[in-house]
Design a protein around this ligand. Structure first.
Ligand code: ZN
Length: 153
């Protein structure tokens, strides 16, 4: 990371303690911090870093939820690893199935909790929502006039 210096140490320290998230404070109090973020490249880059970290966490935890659901669906519909259970581990198929199923349920619970924590403790939802609406606006600008005319104002 680039070694830049904050232009205002006091404001920079306050912003750092909030992980550069000012979406939770009142708009009239937000102004000073917004001004600082526009003029201070150091804090701006730190803010960008923390928001991408939040987004990454949100994406990873939702992927974990998805993959555990997928694993449970596979266990439910395909007789899992019959050959491996019998010949390699010497386990009963019933035991193997229950072990995998419990592991899947536990993993699903943990990843849902992790996702809930990320969504409540970080500004990831509003950040991702902002990106989504920006993309939607971009796509809308590139739509042909005929389709634009169909949209209600
Ligand atoms: Zn700064």
């Amino acid at each position: 990371m680039a070694r830049t210096q904050c232009t205002d140490r006091v404001v920079g320290a306050i912003l750092a303690s909030w992980r550069y998230d000012i979406s939770g404070i009142y708009p009239e109090m937000r102004k000073d911090y917004e001004n600082h973020l526009t003029e201070c490249g150091h804090c701006r880059s730190r803010q960008k870093f923390h928001r991408s970290l939040d987004a990454t966490l949100a994406v990873l935890t939702s992927l974990a939820v998805f993959f555990f659901l997928f694993a449970l669906a596979v266990l439910k519909h395909i007789k899992p690893l019959d050959h491996v259970a019998f010949n390699v581990f010497g386990l009963d198929i019933y035991d193997m199935y229950h072990m995998l199923f419990s592991a899947g349920i536990a993993g699903l619970c943990f990843s849902v909790i992790a996702l809930a924590l990320v969504m409540t403790a970080t500004p990831a939802p509003s950040y991702l929502g902002g990106i989504a609406s920006e993309r939607a606006k971009l796509i809308e600008e590139h739509l042909p006039e005929a389709i634009k005319a169909l949209r209600p104002r």
